[in-house]
Design a protein. Sequence first.
Length: 399
Amino acid sequence: MTSTKKKVVLAYSGGLDTTYCALYLSKELNMDVYTVLGNTGGFSNEELAEIENRTKQLGVVQHASLDITEEYYDKCIKYMIMGNVLKNNTYPLSVSSERAFQAMAIAQYAHSIDADYIAHGSTGAGNDQIRFDLIFKIMAPNAEIITPTRDMQLSRETEINYLKENGISANFEKMKYSINAGIWGTSIGGKETLTSDQPLPEDAYPKQVVKTESEKLTIGFEKGELVSVNGEKVQHPLDAIKKIEAIGSQFGIGRDMHIGDTIIGTKGRVAFEAAAPLMIIKAHQTLEKHTLTKWQMHWKEQIANFYGMLLHEAQYLEPVMRNMETFLLDTQKKVTGTAILNLNPKYFFVEGITSPNDLMTDLFGQYGESSKGWTADDAKGFTNILANSLKIYYTVNKQ
């Protein structure tokens, strides 16, 4: 028998806000709820099974888990690596970049089942509400958007109490922190991140430090893309990211606090752990310093910063993003080689690189040691010409 209830698709992560929304939409609004999880590589098979089982307690009609990790890499992560994208020189856009792909997948699903409504659990105080709303309005224009957490200004305590009152069992202690995990890092929000001075407690980080002795790690690139880890070739760059994350997270590498400007104009603070992204970006950037010209490096930095800003601010679908991706891809033709990293508890550094395209060649000399491509007289003449414009300026202005 066909249901006469209104059909709503809910962006579902298994966290507190979306768990509350699923029950509220089903119980209080009497809707047929279809939960959809856009998996960007942050869940194990066991976790996905647990999340699906939880939806059965919430009155959900159907749950779908969509693995969009490969698409996320091919259409986004690849370019963030090529651009060495770090928001405010700190944050690898772990959550902000994946939201667009989750929203697009969920909007397509809503269209496929002809949903009346589309919902998400974002609060009214952060960036995600804009990211989801914007994509939904563009890609699912006929579905009205519902946002219970935002509209009722719910606190985490209120949501937890509602779930308990309705007999929903979950690890509510764990739910005190908002954790968003994906292949490109994990963000952690809690009471400490609402302050300007308090650090996140050690046990709030999902991955703990288990290694204390220094180790070497090599990361191989071919035309800007990941091809090997510790000398072993990988089938797909995602395999390299997983391997690097598994190694680096054991040292507690990649932890930091991001403070930045939200889309809605406020300052925001969030903790994160992203061992693989930070090591990969630093390794890639060091390789580029050896293989690209100074003007390539200069313009890459300008364009990549703009790319990261638009990505952070929900503008993935803006056509100029495709133009910038074309530029970034073109710059990677000579970015081939291997970076050597030294890993230690909670920090790492790049020791050096090897590359067939290393522009630090000794064919023309060695910096500070010898010159083969010019003479002493050449250097004197070059300096005389270089000084002309400033000599004219200071002579005319009598300074």
